[in-house]
Design a protein around this ligand. Structure first.
Ligand SMILES: [Zn+2]
Ligand SMILES: [Zn+2]
Length: 131
């Protein structure tokens, strides 16, 4: 295959290109199967038709954008936290923000449901008391 950074031929599964020192698939400048020049948004090579690979994370990420289980549980118990986190994260961590928002809704629904159940049980209890 070819280095996607410099177009130099490299061994298959090579970790680092010996020519430019970049991970061969961590770029978008050349096709990894025929070394034809490609641009950043291209998904298929127009010369050989190969699907262009890109393992690199070239976007400068702001922390980790991975919704965590612990966070989901916390937000589920305290939906207000989820709403706050959603507004803090919605631009920087869209995935986490969405998860926080979803779990806030779930938490709220469960809260409302428990409230209704408690209310109904209360009503039944009260009516039994009066009889
Ligand atoms: Zn290279
Ligand atoms: Zn190609």
């Amino acid at each position: 295959m070819y280095c996607r950074e410099c177009g130099n031929g490299v061994k298959a599964h090579a970790e680092i290109c010996p020519n430019c020192g970049v991970r061969p698939l961590n770029s978008t400048k050349f096709c990894q199967s025929c070394a034809a020049p490609t641009n950043a948004n291209q998904e298929l090579c127009v010369k050989c038709g190969a699907g262009l690979k890109n393992t690199g994370n070239r976007v400068v990420s702001v922390g980790e954008d991975r919704p965590s289980g612990l966070l989901n549980v916390t937000v589920c118990c305290f939906p207000i936290v989820g709403i706050i986190l959603y507004f803090i994260w919605k631009n920087e961590k869209p995935k986490s923000a969405k998860a926080a928002c979803t779990w806030a809704i779930v938490g709220t629904s469960i809260g409302v449901l428990l409230y209704i159940i408690a209310f109904v049980i209360g009503m039944i209890g009260e009516s039994m008391y009066y009889y």
